[in-house]
Design a protein around this ligand. Structure first.
Ligand SMILES: [Cu+2]
Length: 189
């Protein structure tokens, strides 16, 4: 019943070949990751971001763009939609954002303590929020509906409970609400 000695040697050869294949695959993966790090490092060093906006996280709440009364969605005089928000352990301010569908929306956000970030549902609205810096991007939400906006940078023990909601309203409904209020949000009062 025992395996023949030749069988054992053949088995060893198969195992050695499989191990070699895995070793080659792992070396290739590590080499490609290192190459990616070097490439991105050189790229960022050669072409630093064109626009870096800094802000003092210690005085964020006291005055200026990210003071509490200024957070939420606002219409600029020339009709642009701007959402301002602040992330902190473990919530976003405001907790519920209102945006129009089919209109470009500019987000401006920052963090007051540690690195946070967010993504809005399955849209391409996605950014990190780093204390000391203002993150900005513009996106358009094609469909009305409600989206979840979780924090996607691990920020501490309460991270998994850190999320907000985004209500994407039909354009006309948004405009009629925006006409009545300076700052819009859907936080229940
Ligand atoms: Cu967070």
């Amino acid at each position: 019943m025992s395996a023949s000695p030749t069988h054992g040697i053949a088995g060893e050869a198969v195992a050695a070949a499989a191990e070699r294949r895995w070793a080659i695959a792992v070396v290739l993966i590590i080499a490609s990751l290192v190459a990616m790090m070097i490439l991105t490092g050189v790229h960022w060093a050669a072409m630093p971001p064109s626009r870096v906006e800094t802000i003092d996280p210690r005085t964020l709440h006291i005055s200026g763009e990210f003071a509490e009364g200024n957070l939420g969605t606002a219409m600029t005089p020339d009709g642009k939609v701007v959402v301002r928000l602040v992330a902190q352990q473990y919530s976003f301010e405001p907790q519920c954002l209102v945006v129009p569908a089919g209109v470009p929306v500019t987000f401006r956000g920052t963090a007051s303590d540690v690195i946070h970030g967010f993504i809005v549902g399955r849209t391409n609205a996605n950014t990190m929020l780093v204390p000391g810096f203002v993150a900005t991007f513009t996106t358009t939400f094609p469909e009305p509906g409600e989206q979840l906006m979780p924090c996607h940078e691990y920020c501490g023990t309460g991270h998994e409970a850190m999320w907000a909601r985004v209500q994407v309203l039909p354009r006309d409904e948004f405009l009629s609400r925006a006409g009545r209020a300076e700052r819009l949000s859907c936080v229940p009062r």
